[in-house]
Design a protein around this ligand. Structure first.
Ligand code: ADP
Length: 199
């Protein structure tokens, strides 16, 4: 089973594009969802976090208080490293587990991740798809979706990989500065290419 990585900056259209692959029957896993799954109440990683940082990082119902945890690691590089060392292997293991569907007829699955190229998740992917739009479109769409200010979106983008760096690492680029039906056509072409290449 081949894993194809799908990445792109905030608001580039990863979720939109992956839904089109999903409609074609392609199994996909979102790394952000998995990162949330592994710190659900009852998971060992959440217990380790509470033991390390104290019960103050938990909500009354036992779930993770993300804002409190962010505060703890924000100005403390050692604590951030501790947290990443704990979570990265756990997330990776869970990603690999979820990327192996049973009785699956296709030769590839998709790993959707905003940080695919920045983390060791990259090593999981046989091919990289980059969902690409100009920065101005990224900003407009994210502002409309999240009700964020331009400054907030620009700050997030500044912390992510630059557009050209991302594009230069792509095996395939989906131009998402297009009407949805044209995006669907690009996805179909890519799907057929992968079916051919991986079987
Ligand atoms: P990401 O998952 O990369 O953050 P989304 O898929 O959520 O991005 O897309 C960001 C916003 O742009 C969403 O509101 C989405 O509906 C919209 N969008 C995505 N692709 C297109 C497109 N081709 N044309 C118009 N709007 C789009």
């Amino acid at each position: 089973m081949k894993i194809v990585g799908l990445t792109g900056g905030i608001g580039s259209g990863k979720s939109t594009v992956v839904r089109v692959f999903g409609d074609l029957g392609v199994h996909w896993v979102d790394a952000d969802d998995v990162a949330r799954d592994v710190v659900e109440p009852g998971m060992p990683a959440l217990a380790a976090i509470a033991e390390h940082f104290g019960e103050g990082v938990l909500m009354a119902d036992g779930s993770l208080n993300r804002a409190a945890l962010r505060q703890k690691v924000f100005a403390e590089p050692d604590e951030r490293i501790w947290l990443e060392r704990l979570l990265h292997p756990v997330i990776r293991k869970e990603l690999v587990r979820q990327l192996q569907p049973e009785d699956y007829p296709l030769p590839y699955v998709l790993l959707v991740s905003p940080l695919l190229l920045e983390t060791d998740q990259r090593g999981l992917a046989a091919k990289i798809i980059v969902v690409d739009v100009p920065e101005s479109v990224q900003i407009e769409r994210t502002m409309a979706r999240d009700d964020n200010s331009r400054e907030q979106v620009e700050r997030i983008m500044a912390a992510q990989m630059a557009r050209e760096d991302r594009r230069s690492q792509a095996d395939a680029i989906i131009d998402n500065n297009r009407p949805l039906n044209e995006v669907e056509r690009q996805v179909c072409e890519l799907h057929n290419r992968f079916l051919f290449e991986f079987s």
